[in-house]
Design a protein around this ligand. Structure first.
Ligand SMILES: *Cc1c(COP(=O)(O)O)cnc(C)c1O
Length: 429
């Protein structure tokens, strides 16, 4: 990628050529990465580029834009909030958007998940969950229980604390190894052997563990790996038997993506702490939430000031973001989102199934509005992405998978275009 400004072209406007040499992109080798696209507008399931081209979006902005881009109901909510109170500190003041959102989330979540701590990114909501789990023990006078049990294939964020509960080898973070806190990483208990190993690690380390953390049903960044609801029931039972908290990271799965509003509903279990972000605001603004059950919250109620949760992001519970989230929840109530997810699942399954017989394809799987084609290997995900762009679709392969996580409002024709592009590109090496 160019490191010095170049002259504007018809495709690339001045802001692009002047600004790009000053930008550091995510997850990219800046020396060799192909140039990013200059996006100028979004609407529905479409991304418009400065050169006038339109791409059909198969990713929905890292699966956040579940109602499609620029939904008028969310836009109106933000505009109204912008004119009354764009932001105010949450240390000592509260406001209607945040309190309404907190009560709505508690009503939607199972059991007594009823205390909401707002933050501004998914990683930070996981850090807050980790701090809650740590301090839960300290406040009860239980020392030495500072570790978490997490899983191979797991992903919980890119910050230093969350990297330590990601898969240490498969993840993006193995380089940082010795700088990270040490937690216990076990296989997900999916069969007799992995269950035995999980239970062995749990027993061996019970004295130093405070919680188990996992993504329910889908390990997203780990490669869209699916597991059955039985696994979550096994974790809930094991957590209860060993007096551990169970943290479910629903940042990817929350808000309908797997077919139910929250993935934990499919297992009929209640975690002690749940983290939410991604689709929380319908893909419009940054917001996250860590939601705790009553017994977790009660461990922080004390006459000792040190027992308070010492955390407070500057922009926590930002009113604009909370207004977006409330508007997004309205749309889940007013429009048939979960039925749309079922329909998408049928179409994804039909559309991707033919890929199974293509050379180099290892697996094709779908769950809710997630469609995955797993390959033996993708030599150059970046080059593959360029081939999808040439087909007029925005699809971002990573590791060894090509996946779709479209908006729930996508049309049948648009979905057909996406699955056809995948088949076409994968059938011509
Ligand atoms: C995206 C994601 C995160 C991190 O969220 P950020 O907002 O990127 O910090 C954590 N956990 C899961 C399961 C995610 O999908």
């Amino acid at each position: 990628m160019s490191t010095t400004p170049t002259a504007p072209t018809s495709a690339n406007p001045g802001w692009y050529t002047t600004g790009l040499p000053h930008i550091w992109l995510p997850y990219a080798q800046m020396k060799t990465a192909s140039a990013p696209l200059a996006a100028t507008r979004t609407h529905g399931t479409t991304i418009e580029l400065s050169n006038g081209r339109c791409l059909t979006d198969g990713v929905a902005a890292w699966w956040t834009a579940c109602h499609g881009y620029n939904h008028p109901h969310i836009r109106q909510a933000v505009e109204a909030q912008l004119s009354t109170m764009p932001h105010i500190m949450f240390g000592g003041t509260v406001h209607q958007p945040a309190l309404t959102l907190a009560s709505r989330l508690s009503a939607m979540l199972p059991g007594d998940l009823e205390r909401v701590f707002f933050t501004d990114s998914g990683s930070v909501s996981v850090e807050v969950a980790m701090k809650m789990a740590l301090q839960y023990r300290l406040n009860k006078g239980q020392t030495g229980r500072t570790k978490l049990l997490a899983f191979k294939g797991g992903y919980h964020g890119d910050t230093l604390a969350t990297m330590a509960v990601c898969d240490p080898e498969e993840g993006m973070h193995h380089l940082y190894g010795s700088a990270l806190a040490e937690h216990i990483i076990a296989p997900l208990p999916q069969d007799a052997a992995s269950t035995a190993e999980f239970l062995r690690l749990l027993k061996t380390h019970a004295h130093e563990l405070t919680a188990i953390i996992t993504e329910p049903l889908v390990q997203g960044a780990g490669g869209m790996l699916f597991h059955s609801p039985d696994v979550l029931r096994t974790l809930r039972k094991a957590a209860d038997e060993h007096d551990m908290l169970l943290i479910l990271d629903e940042i990817f799965t929350g808000f309908g993506r797997t077919g139910s509003m929250f993935a934990c509903e499919q297992a009929g279990i209640v975690p002690d702490i749940v983290t939410l972000s991604k689709a929380l605001t319908g893909g419009t603004m940054a917001l996250a939430a860590t939601v705790a059950r009553r017994h977790v919250f009660e461990a922080f109620l004390s006459d000792n000031p040190e027992h308070a949760l010492m955390h407070g992001p500057t922009f926590m519970a930002n009113p604009l973001a909370c207004a977006c989230a409330n508007a997004s929840l309205d749309l889940f109530e007013q429009e048939p989102r979960l039925e749309q997810v079922q329909r998408i699942n049928t179409l994804l399954t039909q559309g991707l199934e033919p890929c199974r017989t293509l050379p180099g394809v290892k697996d094709v799987r779908t769950l809710g509005a997630i469609g995955v084609v797993e390959l033996e290997k993708i030599a150059n995900p970046d080059a593959l992405r360029q081939r999808f762009i040439a087909q007029g679709v925005w699809i971002r392969p990573f590791r060894n998978i090509v996946y779709l996580t479209p908006a729930f409002t996508i049309t049948e024709a648009e979905l057909h275009k996406l699955t056809t592009a995948i088949y076409t590109v994968l059938s011509t090496p």
